[in-house]
Design a binder for this molecule. Structure first.
Ligand code: NAD
Length: 323
């Protein structure tokens, strides 16, 4: 049984706590948050000083559910103590932080929460690509159009700030879709972004909208990500193959071929928490502990995120929008 700690007991932590209690090889033994009430939320040993928790609780692993800028420091401190790290996305907000996370992974297992990679439709699409089911890939396009209000940003002191969130719609909301695109495309030869802040004005520093062009060889990938929509609409991700178009919209996969459209369903785990977080957390976390148990490489290790992180950071610096 792995003794697991959790740092950051806000919104997403409930999903991690739930999964850690459901899995047969993990036990949530301690949690830390700077807000004492939150630290006590899960009925295990509660700490307001996360370093003290790492020192005292004899942990095998720690989950990082804290603001983005803290992930590299916390990963480094855990690794120094021989504690494995499972971090929420993004693992880092700048190149130095990303290097720290990779350094931690040279000492202990490190997993990154890109849970949507585990969606059954994603696995099918990777099989289509690998086996050439519909011929070669020609292009990709995706839309992440969600709604994040001034109240959403006001509710957490780190959201909407360059130094703590590291960006807005792209690094926080659309990073999963960027990661999925790069999973199909590979590391792009060209990556350009235009970023704007349309709907909240000076209430946030970061972008609420990013328009992204990626190209690998002669394959373009377009991504439009915005937090300025009227609702959290299902993410649309479309793969254009020689002989078919596969359009994923939320959990619905449509195969469009010869002018006909066929919908393909799949079964996922129940969603824990908000629907737009998706249903992949359990599979993603279970796989992390399975790989620790078997000593096999973890699918979402830092090496598997290198192309996504490199592209993400390049898009911010290239856009000129981040100061
Ligand atoms: N994978 C997903 O689908 C998904 C969904 C939502 C959020 N997230 C990620 O989860 C992380 C947390 O997001 P959230 O929405 O839960 O944020 P949140 O603000 O609700 O929670 C963060 C918590 O961290 C605590 N915290 C801050 N500094 C701390 C410190 N020094 N020591 C201990 N605790 C500290 C805060 O008090 C807060 O309770 C982010 O990285 C976010 O991007 C991922």
């Amino acid at each position: 049984m792995y003794r697991v700690g959790l740092i950051g007991c806000g919104g997403i932590s409930a999903v991690h706590a739930h999964v850690l209690r459901e899995l047969e090889n993990t036990e949530l033994v301690a949690s830390a948050d700077v807000i004492p009430d939150r630290a006590e939320r899960y009925g295990c040993a509660a700490w307001t000083d996360w370093r003290a928790m790492l020192d005292a609780e004899n942990l095998d692993a720690v989950h990082l559910c804290t603001p983005h800028y803290l992930h590299p420091l916390m990963a480094k401190e855990a690794a120094k103590r021989g504690i494995a790290v499972f971090t929420e996305k993004p693992p880092a907000i700048d190149a130095a932080g990303w290097e720290q996370v990779k350094a931690a992974a040279r000492r202990v297992p490190v997993g990154i929460c890109f849970q949507n990679r585990y969606h059954p439709h994603m696995l099918s699409c990777h099989r289509f690509l690998r086996e050439g089911t519909y011929g070669a890939l020609r292009g990709i396009r995706a839309f992440v159009t969600w709604n994040r209000t001034a109240e959403y940003y006001a509710a957490a002191d780190w959201k909407g700030k360059w130094d703590m969130e590291g960006g807005g719609a792209l690094i926080n909301q659309a990073i999963h879709t960027l990661d999925l695109i790069i999973g199909f495309l590979g590391c792009p030869d060209q990556a350009e972004a235009a970023m704007r802040n349309h709907h909240l004005g000076k209430a946030i520093e970061v972008e609420d909208t990013a328009e992204i062009y990626l190209r690998k060889g002669d394959i373009p990938a377009l991504l439009y990500a915005s937090n300025a929509y009227s609702q959290d609409a299902p993410v649309i991700l479309e793969l254009h193959f020689d002989q078919a178009v596969i359009r994923l919209e939320g959990d619905v996969m449509a195969l469009i071929r010869d002018g006909k459209k066929k919908e393909i369903t799949c079964v996922t785990d129940p969603v824990i928490g908000r629907s737009y977080w998706g249903a992949g957390h359990k599979a993603c976390i279970a796989d992390f502990y399975h790989s620790m148990e078997t000593g096999t490489p973890y699918q979402n290790d830092p090496a598997s995120c290198e192309a996504t992180m490199r592209t993400l950071l390049q898009l911010y610096s290239q856009s000129g929008f981040r100061p």
